[in-house]
Design a protein around this ligand. Structure first.
Ligand code: DGT
Length: 354
């Protein structure tokens, strides 16, 4: 395909068909960067309300850098992948402290910031600063693999995809070029049942010519992620219950939770709950009754989360630095994982009283 055919076709299509989004066609590098972080692993429709709420509370990079991390996590609550929020916060502090509040417009400095990988660096530098970097996400890989008729995404084929994009990039407007291919992947060139009849590139797409566009690239069957039974206790002391903050590293870091954990093989739910509470809080509360159970899927595993009402029962839980006793009407002040919110919904219906 001629360079101009590909580039002109896709960019012309994009200018006519693109969705109007609050983070599109803006020129504030801070908002463009924030949107790219929020969009990682997350659907556009999900991101929109989070983005709007965030920028109305934190309109500038400085306002984020000066914010309390707990408040930022609270705004991020429900969006998942919380390390994105913590890294973004760290990165804004570096931009303010080291770069005078101006987001670096060169690859090495921007790529060095926490949470900024090759994709994000290329997307932000091309969209916000008009720099000719190619941004390759899952949609882009699929679109170009189909154009070139590549059945797998081996290193060799990835180099072909990169070369193809580098040869064809619209140097006058690399941001629109990158976004046009992502948009085509999202709206037309979908993994299953692509709308080839509406595609501006089908006239020279090898996968389309072969009659089986879905087979390019072949999808790799993923192993079913493991499933865990999780128990957790709402431990009451009069009209308050105990919550603790998850440590700095790992999943859901910085969010608040109830003491608990995974049920081991052959263990009953209540035995597991007693063991976990003893390990985590050094206490032996009385288990009063089950609140309910919730299913929730994370990327690498899924859980059934069993919540129990418990009572402190004389074995005092020491309130450490990262723990609190709160009343039900205070839950909105703390960021919790989604599974906990599902438990709160059950409690709202059945009543918080034991
Ligand atoms: P581990 O024990 O090294 O596997 O690490 P954790 O802390 O990731 O796992 P664990 O045993 O506490 O399992 C609990 C899983 O359930 C964890 O992936 C997070 C999720 N979860 C969601 N809400 C809660 C909660 O309120 N309490 C607890 N303990 N876990 C929660």
């Amino acid at each position: 395909m001629q360079k101009n055919n590909f580039t002109l076709s896709i960019v012309t299509w994009y200018n006519k068909q693109k969705r109007i989004l609050p983070f599109r066609d803006i020129d504030d590098p801070y908002k463009i960067w924030l949107s790219e972080i929020m969009l990682q692993q997350t659907q556009i429709e999900t991101v929109i309300p989070f983005f709007l709420k965030w920028v109305s509370k934190y309109p500038t990079i400085k306002s984020v850098a000066n914010a309390d991390q707990e408040l930022l996590l609270k705004l991020w609550e429900g969006l998942g992948y919380y390390s994105r929020c913590r890294n973004f916060h760290k990165a804004t502090k570096i931009v303010v402290g080291k770069h005078g509040g101006v987001i670096p417009d060169n690859w090495l400095e921007f790529r060095a910031l926490p949470g900024v990988g090759d994709y994000t660096a290329a997307a932000v530098l091309s969209i916000a600063y008009n720099q000719p970097y190619i941004a390759i996400d899952g949609n882009v890989k699929r679109v170009i693999a189909r154009i070139l008729g590549l059945k797998n995404l081996s290193n060799r084929n990835m180099s072909r995809i990169k070369n193809y994009l580098t040869m064809n990039i619209l140097t006058d407007n690399p941001g629109d070029f990158n976004q046009s291919i992502m948009e085509l992947g999202a709206k037309i060139c979908s993994p299953r049942n692509p709308y080839c009849g509406k595609c501006p590139l089908s006239f020279n797409c090898r996968a389309f010519a072969m009659g089986v566009p879905e087979s390019y690239p072949l999808s790799i069957k993923k192993k079913k992620p493991p499933h865990y039974e999780i128990v957790a206790g709402l431990i009451w002391r009069e009209d308050r219950f105990y919550i603790q903050k998850r440590g700095d590293g790992g999943m859901l870091a910085g969010l608040w939770e109830f003491p608990g954990g995974k049920v081991e093989d052959g263990e009953s739910l209540t035995d597991a709950l007693r063991r976990e509470i003893k390990e985590e809080c050094g206490a032996k509360p009385k288990i009063l009754k089950k609140i309910g159970e919730i299913k929730h899927a994370y990327t690498h595993f899924s859980i059934t989360f069993h919540g129990f009402h418990c009572e402190e029962n004389g074995t005092t839980i020491r309130c450490q630095q990262n723990s609190k006793w709160i009343k039900p009407n205070q839950i909105d002040e703390f960021p919790f994982p989604k599974a906990n919110h599902k438990l709160f919904s059950i409690l709202e219906k059945q009543g918080w009283d034991v």
